[in-house]
Write a protein that binds this ligand. Structure first.
Ligand SMILES: Nc1ncnc2c1ncn2[C@@H]1O[C@H](COP(=O)(O)OP(=O)(O)O)[C@@H](O)[C@H]1O
Ligand SMILES: [Mg+2]
Length: 346
C-alpha cells in the first residue's frame, strides 16, 4: 500500500521546500489505510529532518518522522548504528522511551515514524530557565533512571544521554529519544566503540578500556549536574580539552552552592572514575540509586503508574503544535540517491 505524504494547506513555505526536497513518497505495508500529512518541520540538522506528521483520517493523531539521508549514513559508516537504532527502538516498550512505530525507505532517505513528544527538548527548557531546582531535576533524572532500568535489564546500553535527547511529552513526562549509539551488548559484556558526546563520555571510554552499562550511570551524574547548574561539570574549548578534564576526575570540580549537598553527594557517587564503584553497579543495581538520599520522599510508584504530576507542564495547544521546539534554518540540499542496497531490511 502506498502512503503519500502531502503538504497541508496551512503549512509555511519552509516546509513545502523541505518536503519537495526530500521527495517523500513512502511505500509501506501498513494495515491501516492512511495518508500522512507533513505538518511542520521541527528540526533540520545536516543529516536529519524531524517533522511531525498527521493521520489524515484522525487529525488528532500526530507522529514525528525522522528522515536520514542514506548517502550520509554510508559516507559516515553509520549503517550498523541505524539498524541497531531501529531494532532497539522497535523492541522497546517503556513509557520513558519514545516509541518507534514503523520505518520506511526510498532512494534518498530512511525514515522512522515515531511517537511525537510535543513538550520540546529538555535542552531548550534548561536554556530558557538557566537551571532546574531539585524537584524538577529529580523528576527528569527519575524518568531517565526508569528508562535505563528497562534497557539495562535487556542488556542494552544507551550511551548518548544529554538534555537534547530528552523530550517532554504533552503531559510533561520525560522520554529518551535517539538510539543511534544504543547497543545490545548482553549481560556482563563490554564493548569498545568510542561514541557519545564529549561532555558526557565516561573516562573508560576515553581510555578505550572497554565499557558497559556503568557508562550510563556516569552520564546520569553529568546530567544531574547539568540540570542543577545549567552547564555540565567537564567542558573545554574542544573535545580533547574536555577529555583531559574528565580524566582529572569529579573531585577536581567545584560544586556551586545551588547544587544541594545530597545532590552533590549523589553526583560524586555516580561519577566515580572506576566504573565498578559507581552507584547502580552493585548487586542491588539501580534500586541503590532510587534509595539515595537525594530521592528521599520521591513517589516512584506514582512515576511508574504515570499518575505523578510532572513539575513542568508544557503548553501544547494542539496535536500539531511544535512551538516548544526551536526552528532551524532549512536544509536546502537535495539529498543524493543512494542505491547500494544496505537498507534492504530497514
Ligand atoms: N519523537 C520525537 N518527537 C519530537 N521531536 C523529536 C522526536 N525525535 C526527535 N525529535 C527532535 O529531533 C532532534 C534530533 O533527533 P535525534 O533522534 O536526537 O537525532 P540526532 O541523531 O540528530 O541527534 C531531537 O533532539 C528532537 O528535538
Ligand atoms: Mg540526538
Amino acid at each position: 500500500m502506498k502512503i503519500e505524504i502531502t503538504v497541508a494547506a496551512a503549512v509555511v513555505v519552509v516546509v513545502v521546500v523541505v518536503v519537495a526536497a526530500s521527495a517523500v513518497v513512502v511505500v509501506v505495508a501498513a494495515a491501516a489505510a492512511v495518508v500522512v500529512v507533513v505538518v511542520v518541520v521541527v528540526v533540520v540538522v545536516v543529516v536529519i529532518i524531524t517533522t511531525t506528521v498527521q493521520l489524515s483520517k484522525d487529525k488528532s493523531r500526530t507522529f514525528a518522522l525522522k528522515c536520514l539521508k542514506k548517502k550520509h549514513i554510508v559516507e559516515t559508516r553509520q549503517q550498523e548504528h541505524i539498524y541497531s537504532e531501529k531494532r532497539i527502538m522497535m523492541e522497546a516498550d517503556s513509557p520513558f522511551i519514545t516509541k518507534l512505530h514503523k520505518t520506511f525507505r526510498d532512494r534518498k532517505y530512511v525514515y522512522m515514524l515515531m511517537e511525537v513528544c510535543l513538550g520540546g527538548e529538555l535542552w531548550t527548557i534548561l536554556r530558557d530557565r538557566g537551571n532546574f531546582d531539585d524537584i524538577t531535576a529529580r523528576f527528569c533524572v527519575a524518568c531517565v533512571l526508569e528508562a535505563f532500568s528497562y534497557l539495562h535489564a535487556k542488556g542494552i546500553i544507551y550511551r548518548d544521554l544529554k538534555p537534547e535527547n530528552l523530550l517532554l511529552d504533552a503531559r510533561g513526562y520525560v522520554k529518551l529519544v535517539d538510539f543511534g549509539f544504543a547497543k545490545k551488548i548482553g549481560m556482563g559484556k563490554k564493548t569498545w566503540t568510542f561514541c557519545g558526546t564529549p561532555e558526557y563520555v565516561a573516562p573508560e571510554i576515553i581510555l578505550n578500556k572497554g565499557h558497559d552499562h556503568s557508562a550510563d550511570y556516569w552520564s546520569l551524574g553529568i546530567l544531574m549536574y547539568e540540570l542543577l547548574h545549567g552547564t555540565p561539570p567537564f567542558s573545554g574549548s574542544d573535545p580533547m580539552r574536555t577529555y583531559n578534564v574528565i580524566l582529572k576526575g569529579i573531585d577536581h570540580i567545584e560544586f556551586p552552592k545551588k547544587i544541594s549537598r545530597p545532590a552533590h553527594l549523589l553526583i560524586k557517587k555516580l561519577c566515580r572514575d572506576n566504573p565498578m564503584e559507581r552507584l547502580g553497579y552493585g548487586k542491588n543495581g539501580i534500586s541503590d540509586i532510587r534509595k539515595n538520599k537525594w530521592f528521599q520522599g520521591f513517589d516512584w510508584e506514582g512515576l511508574m503508574n504515570l499518575t505523578l504530576t510532572p513539575p513542568i507542564i508544557p503548553k501544547v495547544k494542539t496535536a500539531t503544535d511544535t512551538s516548544n521546539f526551536d526552528t532551524y534554518p532549512r536544509d536546502m540540499d537535495i539529498a543524493a540517491d543512494e542505491l547500494s542496497g544496505w537498507d534492504v531490511d530497514f
